[in-house]
Every structure is written in structure tokens, then in C-alpha cells.
Design a protein around this ligand. Structure first.
Ligand code: PGA
Length: 266
């Protein structure tokens, strides 16, 4: 790990997608926090974030505040608009009021399932930033993109478009999620993840300068489990993971969070 990698606090983020109602959400966060307390998890060493569905956010926020838990809250999507006649949308302001810190923008399930363009993703990132949230910008290539353009071309273009509307020093988190690896059980190799993460960081260096490039956390996502997390976290430019399916089981998610134990082998 180089000096700058050591300065970046890794994040293990759980993207629940459309799973768990608000009662199940409370149960999961309680179990997770008890498990992490038992192993004396150091939240300063590895940040832990959960991204429940909108309907669960208030319940989880209340639990985190009441029990003074250090788990951080995020949302899975946000409107690009500030307020108004946008039926079904949720604004960044509303999420900020719920003490959310992060919001996922540009997840491939939104890009492909809801036709979200690069431009929309950029506007969502901007709305999040303006409300004081940190956008977690997802980028990644499909299997066809991989065959046609290689791994990095699409993620690079998606990242450039997403950050274009943001001020130069805006804090962002980037999640590299190859679409073919999401929910497939077929994760990228640690070397593949590192190659793309490195390329994304180089591009941030060109577009935004050294301090942004060195400070930005770049996560890997796609079929992450407690079995493969250590390999990713050994890579110099991978600063955490965006975990889908495996974040729905508190024991498994807790083992992923405890990756430093596997990485050092202790
Ligand atoms: P997965 O999902 O871990 O279930 O592959 C990751 C994601 O979509 O964020």
C-alpha cells in the first residue's frame, strides 16, 4: 500500500436494493451492530455504510441515532431536481434531512432498467453534492462492452460525464462495478479490479488534480463475498467494496467488514 492508499479510509457499503421492509431493516442493522461490537470493530479503520430502500431510511436513521451507532446511512438513488412536481421522486434535501451521508448514483440497475443517461447521472451527483451528500458514482462495463472496448473505456467515460457538472473539489466516491459481475457470482479478479481502479484514479488526476485523485475512495462491486474480499483489498487502488447480495446477511456482511483480519492473515 502506498502512502496515499494508507490515507484513504476504506468503506464497506451494503446496497440492499429492493430488499427488506423497515422492520427487517431494523433487525438487520441491530444484528450487524451487535456483531461488530462483539469483535470491537474500529469504524475509524473501516467505514461501514448501509443503503436501504427509501421506505426504511427513517427507521434505520432513528435506530442509528438512538443507539449512537457509527454505521453510516446512504440512499440508493436521488432525484436530479430540487423539489416540485416529480411524482415518485425523492430529493437530496430530504435525504440530507435524514442524516444520510451518501447516495448511490448511476447504479447499472438504474442505467439499464430505468434508462438513465450519463447526463442524468451527472445531474443526480450535482443535486446530491448541493445538499451536502457525497455521491457514490457507479460505473462499469457490460459483457459486450468488455468484448468490444476492453474493461476501462466505458467506466472512464461514465466517470467523466458524472463529475462534469460538479465543482472541482467536490467529494465523491467511485464504485467500479462490472455489470457482468453484479449478482452473477462471477466476480472480477482482484487484478482486473485494480487495473480499472488505477485507470479511473489516473483519469481523476488528469481531470481534477492530485489531491482529489489521492483522496477519492474507489470501491469494487460485483459478487463480493467474505471469500474474495481480501484479494480486492490487497490492491493499491481499491479502497473498499459495494456489496449487494452478501450485505443482506449480517454475519456474512460483518465478515466482509472485518477484511483487515483476512488481509493480514491474523
Ligand atoms: P452483488 O451486487 O454484490 O449482489 O453482485 C453489487 C451491486 O449491485 O452493488
Amino acid at each position: 500500500m502506498n502512502a496515499s492508499a494508507a490515507q484513504r479510509t476504506p468503506i464497506i457499503a451494503g446496497n440492499w436494493k429492493m430488499n427488506l421492509d423497515h422492520l427487517q431493516a431494523i433487525a438487520l442493522v441491530q444484528k450487524l451492530s451487535w456483531g461488530l461490537k462483539d469483535v470491537r470493530h474500529d469504524y475509524g479503520q473501516v467505514e461501514v455504510a448501509v443503503f436501504p430502500p427509501f421506505t426504511d431510511l427513517r427507521s434505520v436513521q432513528t435506530l442509528l441515532a438512538a443507539d449512537k451507532l457509527s454505521i453510516v446511512l446512504g440512499a440508493q438513488d436521488v432525484s436530479p431536481h430540487e423539489a416540485g412536481a416529480y411524482t415518485g421522486d425523492v430529493s437530496a434535501q430530504m435525504l440530507a434531512k435524514l442524516e444520510a451521508k451518501y447516495v448511490i448514483v448511476g447504479h447499472s440497475e438504474r442505467r439499464h432498467g430505468h434508462g438513465e443517461s450519463d447526463e442524468t447521472v451527472g445531474l443526480k451527483a450535482l443535486a446530491a453534492h448541493r445538499a451536502g451528500l457525497v455521491p457514490m458514482i457507479c460505473v462499469g462495463e457490460t459483457a459486450e462492452d468488455l468484448d468490444e472496448h476492453g474493461a476501462a473505456a466505458i467506466p472512464l467515460a461514465q466517470l467523466a460525464a458524472a463529475i462534469a457538472p460538479l465543482p472541482a473539489d467536490a467529494e465523491i466516491v467511485v464504485a467500479y462495478e462490472p455489470v457482468w459481475a453484479i449478482g452473477s457470482g462471477q466476480a472480477a479478479t482482484p487484478e482486473q479490479a485494480q487495473d480499472v481502479a488505477r485507470t479511473l484514479r489516473d483519469s481523476l488526476r488528469d481531470l481534477r488534480g492530485d489531491s482529489v485523485a489521492d483522496a477519492t475512495r474507489i470501491l469494487y462491486g460485483g459478487s463480493v463475498s467474505s471469500q474474495n474480499i481480501a484479494g480486492f483489498m490487497r490492491q493499491a487502488d481499491v479502497d473498499g467494496a459495494l456489496v449487494g447480495g452478501a450485505s443482506l446477511k449480517s454475519d456474512e456482511f460483518s465478515r466482509i467488514i472485518q477484511f483487515p483480519k483476512h488481509v493480514t492473515g491474523s
